[in-house]
Design a protein around this ligand. Sequence first.
Ligand code: PLP
Length: 451
Amino acid sequence: MSEQANLLENSTKHLWLPFTQMKDYESDPLIIECGEGIILKDICGKEYLDGYSSLWLNVHGHRKKELNEAIMEQLDLIAHSTLLGAANVPAIRLAEKLIEITPENLQRVFYSDSGATSVEIAIKMAYQYWQNKGNQKKKKFVTLTNNYHGDTIGAISIGSVDLFHRVYGSLMFPTIKAPFPLQYRSPYSGEAEVKERALTELRAIFQEHHEEIAAITLEPLIQGAGGMNIMPEGYLKGVEELCREFNILLIVDEVATGFGRTGKMFAIEHEGVQPDIMTVAKGITGGYLPLAATLTTEEIYKEFYGEYQEMKTFFHGHSYTGNQLGCAVALANLKIYEKEKLVEQAAKKAEVIKSELAALKSLKHAGDIRQLGLMCGIELVQDKETGKPFPWEKRMGYQATLEMRKRGMLTRPLGDVIVFMPPLASSDDQIRKMVQIMSNSIEAVTEKKKS
Ligand code: PLP
């Protein structure tokens, strides 16, 4: 048996892949062996454009020299020592940098190793903050419909993507759900009305329950896994104002939107919002190593500070919290942002994407095309006039992405929404090529057209 055949066989025999129906994987196995720039290569030598940034995190492409070097340099010093009760040099330097690039009210950095854990920390921090302050009533969380914050129990409790969360129903703690201001298929007359209606409903919830509400959690400006849904302009600012009025903490999850994805370093910058707690992960290391952080204010931090016997300590931390290699590569990553003016570049790339995606509007089954910076979703529907979805068992989104794969591009669908989220390093030509592949694949699958 060849090495390739052996790997393919053993990948189906021994691996269990995340968020993957293994029956699907068995019929179309894929094993990535290496990458260069935004190209991934499988063990059979076939090349793919990385149309979803290796799950929304790769920034500079693969094998970026400066990032490889930063890891090697750190390896020569130390790979890892615990952050429990002892700091380390890259963790301090990175914290300084994160505080410099985030809103000025955020002054403290708590590390972890994935987006979901950074969210768990945000939940526990907000919950314990009120208790440490002597308020035993504020224990509930308000969340928006269709939010996604990761897959751990706390993160799914404040999330609500039905497909991923339904099965775990009784494991989750209850939250108060407020409507996300969804624009596509909205019965209201436009963006402004969608915004006003959603803020009015949120105000009513805050008015009734504010004494018991610890925090509201949301993905700023664009919901990722919930379907690439974009908030109407001014909604996020409106939520911030309501939080201040009703003394409720604002937690923003910038795990997907952070580090230039939306055309600003952080999505909250579009509306000048200052959250009480903010989570970051994915792009923090350029997509190289697992690292995440939860940032917060001195106001929150000081409620955890005191004599040990007061029991105000924040009881959280994992073996690899604040890993030196992760922090070192994150620092090198952020240096490249400065050197290459990457956020400005991202805003320009977004314009290229916008003009390329415009051509997809004429596709018979492209119901809605949503884009914020380099985060895009193309919703496939059976009937464009009415927005009627395809029967879900047809798995149109999945079929379209399989077709893209055959044509040399990788992405994952969210139901029938095709995600397009290329690395910030994609060239204009590569963007054009990917949009063309998406267009041809969608036509091939939804209209059975050959091209
Ligand atoms: N929060 C948001 C907004 C996300 O999009 C994700 C993942 O896609 C997460 C949290 C979870 O991050 P991770 O997969 O690193 O745990």
